[in-house]
Ligand binder design. Structure first.
Ligand code: TYM
Length: 329
């Protein structure tokens, strides 16, 4: 079985974008690949976050992984901070990265372009740590939304650079994106990504939102004044986004939804999508509650940390030897 790895940063409440772009892919692939899914808590502190909030987000994220259908018997689920090899290889990867290539990473570039203050060195070198996350496990595939593609490409470059400089050590990873839903947009501004850090709550559907409130958000989603139901992301981005959400959650192809709604109004379409989202969130919430009631999160993380560490520790020892670190213990 080929290896696959991915992770999510516990910086806020997870959105429908995270589910569609990432988690639903993880669930789909868990039978076909040896899958490692982690909680990127070391990435979460690249921006200020209260310890209490980080702890809560972390537990919610694990519970949501399980509620979404990740099976801990098949998938290794773990906390990044439990496996010290991430930080260790992260440093080596930081030393393999050029300032110029990190400056080109969009997250850092966007924040500096906006003149944001208080950008940490951690945020700047974060993509090197992300490369380490992937390379430690010899992951061939990395299922992500399109916003993370650039980071996986950096991981490829760093792996090749290391292999050329020292000798073959790392598998060269590839990003894997869904055909539909690589990027889900804000319901209020369909030119912007739906994001955990969105300030307008009407634009974002959180996975733990009250299902009725989420339905209202769909009903008030921004569309256009054309009044024709068709899939045209360029001219009707709001509508295209809604069709994408409906298609992924109901597993009906976009064409078929468009055909069914020929000659009908946006209101009718939104009512159907609102119901789909309502049903999806109600089901997820019930499963989430069940996971918490069963109190399995700690055990899942302990097992996961043990399994991930045994692989990652071997890799970091190999890397240390190659770069010339003497290992005395
Ligand atoms: P993060 O936490 O921002 O997002 C987690 C995953 O969700 C996807 N995603 C989306 N997909 C579609 N539409 C959206 N609106 C949307 N918003 C988010 C992201 O593309 C991502 O797949 N750096 C990573 C976490 C990370 C990681 C890794 C991922 C750290 N190390 C190693 C893979 C491999 C991040 O911040 O994702």
């Amino acid at each position: 079985m080929e290896r696959m790895l991915s992770g999510i940063k516990p910086t806020g409440r997870l959105t429908l974008g995270n589910y569609i772009g990432a988690i639903s892919q993880f669930v789909k692939y868990q039978d076909e690949y040896e899958l490692y899914i982690f909680i990127a808590n070391q990435h979460a502190i690249t921006v200020p976050i209260e310890a209490k909030e980080l702890r809560q987000n972390t537990k919610d994220l694990v519970a949501l992984y399980l509620a979404s259908g990740l099976d801990p018997e098949k998938v290794t689920i773990f906390l990044q901070s439990d496996v010290s090899a991430h930080a260790k290889l992260g440093w080596v990867m930081t030393c393999m990265s050029y300032m110029g290539e990190l400056q080109r990473m969009t997250q850092y570039k966007d924040k500096t372009a906006k003149g944001e203050r208080g950008i940490t060195a951690g945020l700047f070198t974060y993509p090197s740590l992300m490369a380490a996350d992937i390379l430690l496990y010899d992951a061939k595939y990395v299922p992500v939304g399109i916003d993370q593609k650039q980071h996986v490409e950096l991981a490829r470059n760093l792996a090749e650079r290391f292999n050329n400089r020292y000798s073959d050590t790392f598998v060269i990873p590839e990003p894997l994106m869904t055909t539909v839903g690589q990027k889900i947009y804000s319901l209020q501004d369909p030119t912007k990504k739906m994001s955990k850090s969105e300030t307008n709550p009407k634009g974002t559907i959180d996975l733990l939102d009250d299902p009725s409130a989420a339905r209202k958000k769909i009903m008030s989603a921004v569309t256009d004044s054309l009044g024709i139901i068709q899939y045209d992301p360029e001219h009707q981005p709001g509508l295209a986004n809604l069709l994408t959400i409906q298609s992924v959650l109901s597993q009906e192809p976009i064409d078929s939804i468009v055909n069914r709604f020929q000659g009908k109004g946006y209101g009718e379409l939104k009512r159907e999508i609102g119901q789909t989202v309502y049903d999806f969130l109600s089901d997820l919430k019930a499963k989430y509650k069940d996971v918490l009631d069963r109190k399995i999160v700690d055990q899942v993380l302990q097992n996961g940390a043990q399994k991930a560490s045994s692989i990652a520790n071997k890799k970091i020892q190999k890397v240390y030897r190659k770069v010339g670190f003497i290992i005395t213990k």
